[in-house]
Structures are given as C-alpha cells and as structure tokens.
Design a protein around this ligand. Structure first.
Ligand code: PBG
Length: 321
C-alpha cells in the first residue's frame, strides 16, 4: 500500500472514526478479580507489594464480591490463607476451610456472582510446595488425589468453577473424574494449563505466604524459554477435560496466548499476575507512568487472543469505563 493512496492517518484523525475501527475492546465482563481471604472478622490487610490489593476476612470478601458483581465484572477467583499449614496441606480440602466458608458466604450473599476457586496446595503446605513432598522431591501421582479432594470440596461448598494451578501431570483428568463421581458433571475446569516457573509471582507469594521453604517450582512449572511445550500442555489438558485454558503470566507470554488460541480454538484465559501488576502500579505511584499503562497492558493481552483476563485491576477498569 503506497502513499499517498494509503494514508493511515485518515482513520486516526478524529475520535469518532478511531472508535469505529477500533479492533480490540476490553469489557468488564471478561475480567476476573482475584480475592485473598483469611480467617477473622473485619480484617482488611493491605498487601504492600500489590498496591490496591487486600487480604480480607470472609465478611469483607462478601463486601468486595458484591461490589464486583455490581460493577458487572466476570467473576472472582478465590485464594485462601488458612488458619494452619501442615505437611499435606489438609486445610485445602476441609469443609470448614477458609475458601469453602467464603464460597458459602458469597453464594448466599451474591448468588449470581461467578465464583471460581484456585485449586492448589502451596498456600496450605508447611513446605510451600504445590504437592506431596518426600525426600526433597515433589511427588506427582500421590498429589492428584489431594487436588481432586480439594476441587470436590469447593464444588460441594458451591463453587461455579475450579481452577487447578499446581502443574502436576494428570490432575485435570483426576479432578474431572472426582467431580463427575460426586455429581458435579456440570462444574467446568479452568485449568492453569500453561504456567511458567516465573519470577513474576513474587508479590503473590508474599501475599499468601507460599514461598517454597526449599528449592523452587521449576520441577513442575514450565521453563520460561519454551513455547512449543505450551501446546503439548494444552492438548493434554483438553483431552483430560479442561474447559478453559489459562496461560500465566500474561504480558511476558503474549506469543504463547496467541498460539494457544489459534491452535486450540478453546476459551483462553490469561493471568496478569502479581508481579506484572506490581511493576506497573509501582511506576504509577512514583508518577513515572499513568493509569493508561495498565489499560494498555490489559488490552494487549486481549489483543493477543485472551477471552478472559484475571486481573487485580478489574474493579478499577470497570470504574474507569
Ligand atoms: C498457586 C498460585 C500462584 C499464583 C496463582 N496460583 C503462585 C505460584 O505458583 O507460586 C500466582 C498468581 C500471581 O502471581 O498473581 N500455585
């Protein structure tokens, strides 16, 4: 296309035309807000490395969830900070666990709000790993049963959808079978299919106190250098019954989001994770960036192919449109 026949600026000259031809629109309905819940009442602790994010007790989470629903957001994703941790992470599947109690409260106070739960053990284990540990190794197969139990306990409490984030092989199949076996055939699984061993989870681990006490997660989470491997992971998960595929983190992996979307045609969610959020928020606090930078980042994730975005900025986005 040759100048002067082609003049790209004709479509940029005024706001009405720009709006008309805008290719990517982010909508509140596509955003899921993570909520961190801990024991107590009237608790609202700021997470210092994540400005605008709080750890709250169940009553306060209900308040935030109502707000989320009224703003027209897609839903919430729950993370729990348990009253106690042990070797196996048994508070993860307790009917009286913090997440199970939160689900019940949300379902009675804001029944139409979509409640998704993160299914993992790392917040609940004393060693901070996402699976059963023996001799310094994270065991795959013995972990599956614990994850399945956790997912079923969430469904029993009323969760609309479960999201396993542990990266054990075969866990989607194990969870699907356990859900079906308990009568939850219609509870979808949003699988963290493509989860990298990323530095960008740092602020989250501060928030929920889940930094591994030894080693790191690179024996189960993916190598940030790999793209083809992401396709193998999503195909395996789809075969095991995953309904929505998560790519995580998001901004540093836009190419992967695009490839997963194109290769599978399945609904794709991207998690704009704590460190990605914190980096932009820190710059905004210093006056080095404006809020538009956050909107631009989220728009790029949508443009890359994500149908759903899990974002700590979801409410701010909804308020700004
Ligand atoms: C649990 C889990 C993590 C995140 C979501 N689920 C942390 C991890 O794998 O260490 C990270 C979310 C974020 O950084 O915002 N396994």
């Amino acid at each position: 296309m040759r100048y002067p026949v082609y003049r790209g600026r004709r479509l940029r000259g005024n706001a009405a035309v720009r709006r008309l031809v805008r290719e990517t629109r982010l909508s509140s309905q596509r955003l899921i807000l993570p909520l961190f819940v801990e024991p107590g009442e009237g608790v609202r602790h700021a997470v210092h490395s994540m400005p605008g994010v709080f750890r709250t007790s169940v009553d306060e989470a209900v308040h935030d969830a109502r707000d989320t629903y009224e703003l027209g957001l897609g839903g919430v994703m729950l993370f729990g900070i348990p009253e106690a941790k042990d070797e196996q992470g048994s508070w993860a599947w307790s009917a009286d666990g913090i997440v199970q109690r939160t689900i019940r409260a949300l379902k009675s106070e804001a029944p139409d709000l979509l409640v998704v739960t993160d299914v993992c053990l790392c917040e609940y284990t004393s060693h901070g790993h996402c699976g059963v540990v023996e001799d310094g190794k994270i065991l795959n197969d013995p972990t599956l049963e614990l994850l399945a139990r956790t997912a079923v306990s969430h469904a029993e409490a009323g969760a609309d959808m479960v999201a396993p984030s542990d990266m054990m092989d075969g866990r989607v199949g194990a969870i699907r079978e356990a859900l079906d076996g308990s009568g939850f055939h219609e509870t979808p699984i949003m699988s963290y299919s493509v989860k990298y061993a990323s530095e960008f989870y740092g602020p989250f681990r501060d928030a929920v106190d889940s930094t591994p006490s030894f080693g790191d997660r690179s024996a189960y989470q993916m190598d940030p250098a790999n793209g083809d491997e992401a396709l193998r992971e999503v195909l395996a998960d789809l075969e095991e019954g995953a309904d929505i595929l998560i790519v995580k983190p998001a901004l540093a992996y836009l190419d992967v989001i695009r490839r997963v979307k194109e290769e599978t045609g399945a609904p794709v969610a991207a998690y704009h994770v704590s460190g990605e959020y914190a980096a932009i928020m820190a710059a905004i606090e210093r006056g080095w960036l404006q809020e538009g930078a956050m909107r631009e980042a989220l728009t790029s994730i949508r443009r890359a192919g994500a149908d759903v975005i899990i974002s700590y900025w979801a409410r701010e986005f909804a308020r700004s449109v």
